[in-house]
Design a protein around this ligand. Structure first.
Ligand code: GLC
Length: 531
């Protein structure tokens, strides 16, 4: 059986709470997604990654799962999920689930049992110590929380409501594999694996990511579950880079197909305040990191091509002068899409959505954001800078409701949305952009058709990646070459006009209406093909 269909997919990430609400309760749901399947098919994507939809107290937007087998009532019913699987399949769309197994919710029955006593059969499903050490939670404060019943502390690398699972326990591992097989047998294509780098942790030695048992566990997991099928797996890894990712992705190691790297995002962090305070954006530095991923260990890694997800402020706000929002959104796609890897589109990318328009603390919902006020204050940041940091970096920026139409709340819901909609104009909605052949949405459709065209498939899958004009501070340019065919991307990643290098071949994609012979205007991007 061919087991590398993951190389032919274009993935679309849905953050279900904010995608489409069919029940008018202000929260997106599974039936809402079913209503939009034709839209997604028409957009040209082939696989949907669903952020978590399972039973959860929603302390961390569903990344705190209380039951891996049942849909949360906020999102609908188990039958709705069956319907989504069925309707997606009908349209040739595959589904990836978000596998959140570094931790559960503290309301999961395993944890409710585990905390009762040290002899409880589930006690060893979690990580307990008699005394806390200095490990910190990603969401602020100590990573240890006291449990009076057993007079011990449990580990939570994220919120207190997200106790870490003990992957050293074979019984826990088997229970997780059973659950994964349950979903694979139901027709799920694979998994996006939440903070998977943490499951081999060694907390006594303050090792959280990439711990000593991580890779043996992933090998066992693969062999017990998804490796039996033609599937897709993509791990979330904040602490890896282009060199170290091969430990996950080298096909000979039989672990995952690919990982998300974040060294491009982390590169612009301030050493004292972490991700919240950003260093000035320098395109050349970003390009170097992303091109480097394309160049090293090509035999042992397959890239994830993405700009956004539910945890990051929008790339348009990070990198683009928003006077050129439409051109910039199209350029970002062209720059990324034709590199070596599987493209991931986050909901709203295809209509050029930007960060939310939050004005005060009361408007945010994300636990990390709300905790950051105190966390940044304790690190000495003044109030004005805290406001700015949160406005620019909060994860809620990417979680604002999807902009469908000119109706109230952008047609996302007939109720009051769980998170404030952006103040954006109706020009940036699916409804308007569908009518406009020059819209970001129309450009996406055209670009995805090219990506899928048989004529370019081998070239995009197997073609060599060759960077160009690396001395330039503004051009993002590369060639892909395969069996005498060449595809070339030349993008002006700046708001200043640049001199256009000499081009040879046929222009197959262009984000401006017409070309100027000598120049590339702000964010102008062209894709050229030659055989
Ligand atoms: C991942 C998720 C993020 C979540 C965290 C804890 O980073 O993408 O949304 O808060 O893991 O599960």
């Amino acid at each position: 059986m061919e087991k590398n269909s993951y190389k032919d997919q274009i993935v679309y990430q849905i953050y279900p709470r904010s995608f489409s609400d069919s029940q008018s309760d202000g929260v997106g749901d599974i039936k809402g997604i079913v209503d939009k399947l034709d839209y997604l098919k028409d957009l040209g994507i082939t696989t949907i990654w669903l952020s978590p939809i399972f039973s959860s107290p929603m302390e961390d937007g569903g990344y705190d799962i209380a039951d891996y087998y049942h849909v949360d009532s906020l999102f609908g019913t188990d039958e709705d999920l069956d319907l989504l699987l069925k309707e997606s399949k009908k349209r040739g769309l595959k589904i990836l689930l978000d596998l959140v197994v570094n931790h559960t919710s503290d309301k999961h029955h395993w944890f409710l049992e585990a905390k009762k006593s040290k002899d409880n059969p589930y006690h060893d499903y979690y990580v307990w110590r008699e005394k806390p050490n200095t490990l910190k939670s990603t969401f602020g404060g100590s990573a240890w929380e006291y449990n009076a019943e057993t007079n011990e502390y449990y580990l939570h690398l994220f919120a207190k409501g997200q106790p870490d699972l003990n992957w050293q326990n074979p019984a826990l591992r088997n229970d997780i594999y059973k659950m994964m097989n349950y979903w694979l047998d139901k027709g799920v294509y694979g998994f996006r694996m939440d903070v998977i780098e943490n499951i081999g942790k060694d907390p006594d030695n303050l090792i959280t990511a990439n711990g000593p048992t991580l890779h043996p566990i992933l090998q066992e997991m693969a062999a017990s579950t998804f490796a039996k099928k033609d599937s897709m797996t993509v791990g979330e890894t904040w602490c890896s880079n282009a060199e170290t990712r091969v430990l996950y992705t080298d096909p000979k190691r039989h672990e995952l197909n690919m990982v998300f790297l974040f060294d491009d995002f982390s590169h612009f962090e301030n050493p004292k305040y972490g991700k919240w305070v950003r260093k000035p954006f320098v395109m050349k530095e970003l390009r170097e990191i992303i091109f480097h991923r394309q160049m090293v260990e090509q035999e042992k890694s397959w890239d994830t091509l993405y700009w956004n997800n539910h945890d990051l402020p929008r790339a348009l706000n990070r990198y683009i002068d928003l006077k050129y929002r439409g051109e910039g959104a199209k350029m970002l796609l062209a720059a990324n899409l034709f590199m070596r890897g599987t493209p991931f589109i986050y909901q709203g990318d295809e209509i050029g959505m930007v960060n939310g328009s939050f004005r005060s603390k009361e408007e945010y919902r994300d636990i990390e954001t709300l905790n950051a006020y105190d966390e940044l204050k304790s690190k000495g940041l003044d109030n004005k800078s805290i406001e700015k940091a949160i406005r620019e970096v909060s994860r809620d920026n990417a979680r604002v409701p999807m902009q469908w139409s000119s109706k109230a709340h952008f047609g996302f819901s007939n109720g009051q949305p769980w998170l404030k909609c952006s103040d954006d104009g109706i020009a940036w909605t699916v409804e308007e952009e569908t009518k406009n052949p020059r819209s970001v949405l129309s450009f996406y459709k055209k670009a995805l058709l090219i990506w899928k065209d048989r004529q370019f498939r081998d070239l995009l899958k197997d073609g060599k990646f060759i960077p160009q004009y690396e001395e330039s501070d503004c051009l993002w340019s590369y060639r892909r070459i395969h069996e005498g065919k060449t595809l070339e991307v030349i993008a002006n990643f700046s708001n200043q006009t640049q001199k256009l290098p000499k081009i040879e071949g046929q222009i197959i994609l262009h984000n401006y209406n017409y070309r100027l012979s000598d120049n590339l205007r702000p964010y102008e991007a062209i894709v050229i093909y030659k055989d």
